[in-house]
Design a protein around this ligand. Structure first.
Ligand SMILES: [Zn+2]
Ligand SMILES: [Zn+2]
Length: 252
């Protein structure tokens, strides 16, 4: 698998961090995980191409995770020189997405309706599903009614987990168990802890309980993202920690 960090930021604008968005290459498919403002451009900056995307996964429906759907499908419609194959893109998301997608269609109509890239809402709920050569397991985080955690396992048994936004929850602990790569949010400092987001000490607890092999910290609010972040999480014998940066690539 290959993970590309397109944007490791939050909704707060920062010079070096885009809103959240990630590419996951798995078993010959390119998956786009979340797409906050600026992600369409980040795909190009990362040396990739919007036409490569096979599937979209939305962790939840907050604006910093989904709003670039509009420029993406507008571009699919009006990048007129594209002569490649047509594809239908499933957008995996919570059932609440249905209403919002219909509202977006009402606002933007034909402008986001491309023959070359049609799309549909693939409703998803907790459980395990087989897709192509990999398995997808879905868990509930502690964030909003429309949030989901995605755990992918490829045919070699490698496991990747994307938490989206979440606080510490039973679902998160189960999702992260023994992951090869865990992409986890750490929005808040412990002094400003809120239930629906992670903090360094919650990440520490998660690592101690779920024992992932490699942890990549993302979606960190600016006041929490300083040089001490890694040491505030802790040092672990069998878990390596990295702080995500835009355009970072992780092969595993
Ligand atoms: Zn967010
Ligand atoms: Zn959120």
């Amino acid at each position: 698998m290959k993970l590309t960090i397109l944007g490791c930021g939050t909704h707060i604008p920062e010079v070096n961090k885009c809103n959240p968005g990630y590419l996951l290459d798995i078993e010959g498919e390119t998956l786009l995980l979340d797409m906050g403002s600026g992600i369409v451009r980040q795909i190009v900056i990362a040396g990739r191409n919007i036409w490569e995307i096979d599937k979209i996964f939305l962790s939840h429906l907050h604006i910093d995770h989904i709003i670039d759907l509009i420029p993406l499908f507008f571009t699919y419609k009006y990048q007129l020189k594209y002569n490649g194959e047509s594809k239908i893109i499933p957008i995996y998301a919570h059932s609440e997405f249905e209403v919002r997608l219909n509202q977006l269609k009402q606002i933007y109509g034909d402008w986001i309706n491309s023959e070359k890239r049609q799309y549909f809402h693939k409703k998803i709920e907790p459980g395990t599903f087989h897709a192509n050569k990999y398995t997808l397991s879905v868990f509930l985080p502690n964030h909003s009614s429309h949030s989901l955690i995605y755990r992918f396992e490829d045919s070699n048994g490698k496991i990747f987990v994307y938490t989206g936004d979440t606080g510490l929850s039973e679902g998160l602990i189960r999702a992260a168990y023994s992951a090869d790569v865990l992409l986890v949010e750490c929005s808040c400092r412990d002094e400003f802890s809120i239930e629906c987001h992670m903090t360094p000490s919650k990440v520490k607890k998660l690592i101690e309980t779920s024992k992932p092999k490699k942890v990549i910290i993302t979606h960190v609010f600016p006041d929490n993202d300083d040089k001490t972040l890694k040491e505030r999480i802790g040092v672990f014998k069998n878990t390596e920690i990295s702080i995500a940066r835009d355009l970072m690539e992780i092969n595993f």
